[in-house]
Ligand binder design. Sequence first.
Ligand SMILES: Nc1nc2c(ncn2[C@@H]2O[C@H](COP(=O)(O)OP(=O)(O)OP(=O)(O)O)[C@@H](O)[C@H]2O)c(=O)[nH]1
Ligand SMILES: [Mg+2]
Length: 653
Amino acid sequence: MSEQCAVPLCLPNNCKWDAQTGEYSKSAGSRESLCVIEAAIERLKSIKGPVCVVSIAGPCRKGKSYILSKSFDQGEVFPLGHFLDPETMGIWMWIVPDKFKDSNGKEFTVVLLDSEGIDAVSSDGSDDHCIFTLTILLASVLIYNSAGVPTRTDLDGLDFIVKLSQRIQLRSSAQTSDPVGGESLQADANQFHKTFPFFVWLLRDVVLSLPKDCHSIKDYFLTRVFLSDPTSKGDQSNQVAESILNFFPGFDAFKLPPPSSDPEVVLNLNRDEVQQDVNKSFVRGVQEFKALLRSKLSPKRSFNDGEYVTGEALAALVNIYVSALNTPGTVPSVQSAWETFVHTKCTEAKLAALRVYESVMTSELDGLLPCDSDNIRQVQERAIGESMRIFQEETVGVSASSSEKYLDELMDSMNEALKRWQGENNRQTKEQCHKLLRALKEELLDPILRELSGKDGASVSFAQIIGGYSAIEQGFKRDAKGAKDICAQVFYEFHPEMQAEMEKHMAYLQQLKDFDESLAFERQEKARQEQERQRIEEENARLEEERRAKEKEMEILKAKQEEDRKRLEEQFKADMEAQREQMHNMMTANMEELRKDREAIVQQNQTFKESMEHMRQSMEKRNDQIVELQKQIVALANRPPPPPQKGGICVIS
Ligand SMILES: Nc1nc2c(ncn2[C@@H]2O[C@H](COP(=O)(O)OP(=O)(O)OP(=O)(O)O)[C@@H](O)[C@H]2O)c(=O)[nH]1
Ligand SMILES: [Mg+2]
């Protein structure tokens, strides 16, 4: 299969495409459903950044495939038909290799979708507009391509545009009281412009000039073709015109002259040998159309304000939408499709990030336990850094508010994992410390104690016993490995064992001339204080680590929110501009009522303010958590030392 050719993104069930050879054929069966082509999905998934989808639709055999590839200088990526039968079936896809940039300098990829003629299936005897519906759902810019300048009556045939309001649902049924019913769908229709593509009507083979009072073909559309007639309210043509201006966020029109009067040239428009015979006005027109399209390109928006669609997201949406279109009685929902994608993507990103965390922890701590808790924390910090990087990379396009929940879950899982690592480290520390203490005691104190209970017991001095104890303490400090607080705890807990031992020799001890009870007590008290000091230090370090991890999480969210804010502002500005333009279009087309409705919607539009407020609140919440941790750290550091314990008679313990 040639890499220089478009691939089908989805085909009717009665069409076949061989991924190996690129061969495409139509079988005799009837058309019942749409099939998504995995090879195209794979290509889409490889685009990690935002995409702008330019789709073309319109009647059969009107040069759609030609103009779509020509508009992006892509050669003959979409096969042209030279016969009367429709050539393109389903939706074919080509990813433009050059990168484009939006007004913020953010790169995006242009995906071209060439669709079958609107009337291609009616020749099969069915009224199936699934392909058109899918094209609308996927596009950022829709080129509606038709021959000649339509008259008002020609609009009558475009009822599939009016029917979009029954074929697409904006919000998920959870948010509407009447899932597929009329009312909620009507309410949706008023908001379609939030996710629908920009509508460009491209007229081919236009030879006639514009009337004097029209500055442009768009002006002609608004004042002639779309002009609302109050006496024929509810007419099909009125409804089509209103739907175009109401559902789509923007409208423009462009006309192209015929490429040539010579049928041979027209038929072979892509061949080098006919290029000198192509009308210059056509070539110029194509260049101007290219420029018009360029001005409309921007990353595809998702259902949620401030989020955009990546190649990967588009691949997921294709699958979700096609599955809805194939299910009788189901209307594809823009919101639930996006929510499904966000949930799947963020869950995958969380799991991938957690795997990275585990692998860093395991590889760096393998064979290192028992070790100082600080070592574990340092590894933990590196592992969190790596894991967050993955999470951020995997969730591009998804806003901070949508990904926050999953990031919190990821942090919780990593904290749980840290506790497990620390628990294991504490266990191993304890085990080793016990072993060490026993060995030290056996070596350094037991011989003295044996002597004490022997026949020469009287020759033992209390200083000797204290010396043995000090030697154990030094040996322990030198050789104990692991969590410091646990070492100190084990050392302190070792005293009762010693005490029991000492009590056996009490009678002898009290006879020793240099026996000093308070000195013995001091030793125990020192061990207790050391244990407490280490415990506080550990608690302090733990809180400090928690604070750093929270800060890291906050950094990620801040970076995401900063991007969201920029994008929201940009989208809001573009929205306002588009709304104004579209209201102006409505006014020109005499659709005063529609214009007023739109104005009311614009005035109610709180999303920008709400999103900003949500961002501010979530930042504040995290800031508060960090401040609280900081307070706990200070409080812990300033805690007065615990009072000495009043114990009974102690010897060494
Ligand atoms: N008259 C005319 N013919 C054109 C124009 N542009 C391309 N063609 C020719 O029209 C024929 C069909 O072109 P396609 O691009 O395959 O048309 P299409 O709309 O994609 O056709 P289907 O996929 O079958 O719906 C080819 O022979 C083209 O060379 C144009 O502006 N005017
Ligand atoms: Mg075609």
